[in-house]
Write a protein that binds this ligand. Structure first.
Ligand code: ZN
Length: 140
């Protein structure tokens, strides 16, 4: 029977949305949380994937983002700032909305799946606040 498992990850990250008319255009950060949901047929032992392997797969991706500023390459003002003042920055080619961060993480997660996985769907839910999330899913 098709079964879903989920593991939560947390990290701190700065960002801004230069196009935004409201507060989000300002430099700010969130305590992000991602729920990594993996859906597939359990194996003979009743496991979709060992939670340890989920951590092995995801933690390096989360560590890369932790305490970074997620910089949209189109943000010329901050690109210049971080050029002049090097800090932990991860450059991406998209506006850093929760929706796009979820898409980025689902692509990274699919690429990091172990070779012998049994996963039909990878779904990532990114919480920017306790009450708001964006969710994206992909087939590997
Ligand atoms: Zn924000």
């Amino acid at each position: 029977m098709r079964t879903a498992i989920s593991k939560q990850f947390r990290w701190e990250m700065g960002h801004r949305l230069p196009f935004h008319d409201g507060l989000c255009k300002n430099i700010h950060g969130h305590s992000y949380e991602a729920h990594v949901i993996l859906i597939g047929e359990p194996d003979a032992h009743g496991m979709v994937m060992d939670y340890f392997d989920v951590k092995t797969m995801m933690q390096p991706i989360i560590d890369e983002l932790d305490h970074c500023f997620l910089l949209d390459d189109g943000d010329d003002v901050l690109a210049q700032f971080f050029h002049d003042h090097p800090m932990k920055v991860v450059r991406v080619s998209f506006p850093t909305t929760a929706e796009n961060i979820a898409r980025y993480l689902v692509d990274r997660a699919v690429a990091a799946l172990p070779a012998n996985h049994r996963i039909d769907i990878v779904r990532i839910r990114v919480y920017e606040t306790e009450k708001t999330y964006a969710e994206v899913e992909r087939t590997p």
